[in-house]
Design a protein around this ligand. Sequence first.
Ligand code: SF4
Length: 253
Amino acid sequence: MGTEIRVNLGGIIHFSTIDWRGKAAIVIFLRRCPFRCIYCQNYNLLETDNYVDMEVIEEAIRDSEDFIDAVVLSGGEPFMQPEAIAAISKYARQRSLYLGVQTNGYYPEAIESLLDADAIDKIFLDVKAPLGGARYEELTKAHGASERVRETLEILLARDVDAELITTVFKNIVGAGEVKQIVEELHEMGATCYPYVIQQGRIERVPPDAGLSEANIFSYEELEELASLAYHTAPLKEVRIRTRERGEEVIYK
Ligand code: SF4
């Protein structure tokens, strides 16, 4: 029997090997997000609701469990639904599956509380722009975004949580200058213990009025240059790039 919790569900990918490196996962997308990133690939999940019973989620997990090691929550922003995360985690634990959450970092209190309840095995945290200055708020259109992301990162570091840090790059939006500054900030914060992933921005599903085109996309070679810049700016544990053509690759370690 499912619990009383209802989940604002955006969709489910029943089998993925690209969302958690080294693990096969079911990916569950949760609706709504406090950010409005101009390059959002899931903007259709941001402003409408689709509440389902936990039983729907439990059934989907059961259908996939012979093929997976983990459940990954994505969005939207999963930490807008902490009770749903707790319920999904409880069920994942019952089925001996790991739980990872992809997050924009805007809800440090919810993250802290679920980490303290031992509900989460891994956090995939977006670092969308430099944490100092106004760029974060411009890009996400969310007040106080950079302070909250910084706080989230401090919580992960204080608890030695397994995590990855991800920056999505687009020419003329987030590029070499931003990557360099982000990496310097990560170094200052002592966050170079985490893999740093430079993700190629994509335009297929961005909002029609975003004004993005192929001209904004970094090529594979250009991403390698960004990885080199990141690695040589600070002593990072590992730098990866994630591209449409080749998936995720470790470039420096
Ligand atoms: S944080 Fe993610 S889901 Fe939210 S608007 Fe930005 S890209 Fe979209």
